[in-house]
Design a protein around this ligand. Structure first.
Ligand SMILES: Cc1ncc(COP(=O)(O)O)c(C=O)c1O
Length: 377
């Protein structure tokens, strides 16, 4: 492992004790810890008019979200070509067609003006995604979605614990999904969350996440099993386990410290890197967000060399992401002009960002990046 990895989990004695307790209680499946985790998620989101369900991964949450949105065979979903492949897979799972839209050069969010040119008779939904420290402008998205009668799936897998215009992410969008995977700011080892608007949608989500069973989650939340129930629809095995929820609860308890430490590290990065030649830092204040990554953009022809230079100094880097239309599976999907995405895909680079990261570690990374671009090598 590199001396300074890109991601570093924050698992301490609290999480280990909670995991042990959940294993020793004799109920390994979805149970009381999951109920508690959902309550904690809802407290963070602070949206009394919304309903929250825990699922097994962010990808499962996206799949379920598309089904709740009524997306299926023959429909089209507009999605940024600069997104995680999980989103594209989920669209494929429901039998819909991906339509790739460009992202904005400054914010990296889906470019709504370009999405206007992609709407067709078959368009059913749009997926927007908050990339790291910049939260999508939901006012613009809502106006667009209302105009074309589309459902919105807000991929907030990077932004649990962030807010936008004073509102917590998860509290204002049509359907919102979160990830609590191994590298996220809050982890359940693996886990996901979905936020919906109505009781009916919540009931649908609960059936979809556990084999279509109309078995009240409330029974399982008491670590009990309901033996008789009906099944009316196809469902999946997407429920969260007590073990994962127990860890997630402990992580949420640390959210304030996690968020402020990541904000501080990100601000420190930007202050140190903003005048380094060839380095473009995020246009973000980091005030309202719980940053997942710290990314920079560097000229295409120096990125690989920079990655090698940092690696030799024990500093790991990542690429989030290769654009969707670069993959063989999705290269023939309908798309608009993707010139910004193509540039971003060549330039984007993730630097190490950890919860409780020491500023000296940030300094070491910045010094190495700065040396690469400013000193004779
Ligand atoms: C933007 C985005 N969407 C979806 C996912 C999928 O989440 P998970 O890994 O929990 O399935 C990720 C995971 O990295 C992501 O970054």
């Amino acid at each position: 492992m590199a001396d300074i990895p890109v991601f570093k989990p924050l698992i301490g004695p609290d999480e280990i004790a909670a995991a042990t307790e959940s294993l020793e209680m004799g109920w390994l499946g979805m149970g009381s810890y999951v109920a508690e985790f959902e309550k904690r998620m809802a407290d963070v989101i602070n949206a009394p008019d919304r309903h929250v369900a825990a699922v097994s991964t962010g990808t499962a949450a996206l799949h379920v979200a598309l089904l709740v949105a009524g997306v299926g065979e023959g429909d089209e979903v507009i999605v940024s070509a600069f997104n995680c492949s999980a989103d594209y897979q989920a669209i494929s799972w429901v039998g819909a067609d991906i339509v790739f839209c460009d992202c904005d050069d400054e914010t990296l969010e889906l470019d709504i003006a370009k999405a206007e040119e992609l709407v067709s008779e078959r368009t059913k939904a749009i997926i927007i995604m908050d990339y790291d420290c910049i939260i999508s402008d939901y006012d613009k998205v809502e106006t667009f979605a209302n105009k074309h009668n589309l459902r919105v799936i807000h991929d907030a897998c990077h932004s649990f614990g962030s807010s936008w215009n004073g509102k917590m992410v998860g509290s204002y969008s049509d359907i919102c999904v979160f990830s609590f995977d191994p590298v996220k700011t809050i982890t359940c080892l693996d886990g996901g969350g979905i936020v919906v608007r109505t009781e009916e949608e919540l009931k649908y989500v609960r059936e979809l996440r556990l084999l279509g069973m109309q078995q009240p989650s409330e029974v399982m939340y008491q670590n009990k099993r309901a033996w008789t129930f009906d099944v009316e629809r196809v469902g999946f095995r997407y429920h969260l386990l007590n073990l994962h929820a127990a860890i997630g609860i402990k992580q949420i308890e640390k959210l304030d410290d996690i968020r402020s430490s990541r904000q501080e590290a990100s601000k420190h990065y930007s202050a140190k890197l903003k005048n380094v030649p060839n380095v473009r830092t995020p246009n973000a204040s980091f005030e309202e967000v719980n940053p997942f990554l710290y990314y920079i953009r560097v000229p295409k022809d120096s990125r690989d060399e920079l990655r090698d230079y940092l690696k030799e100094r024990g500093i790991d880097t990542g690429i989030h992401w290769q654009p969707g239309h670069w993959f063989s599976l999705w290269k023939d999907c309908r798309k608009g002009d993707l010139s910004v995405t193509d540039t971003v895909g060549d330039e984007i680079l993730s630097l190490p960002l950890h919860s409780m990261m020491a500023l000296e570690t940030v300094d070491a990374v910045c010094d190495a990046v700065s040396d690469f671009f400013t000193n004779e090598r």
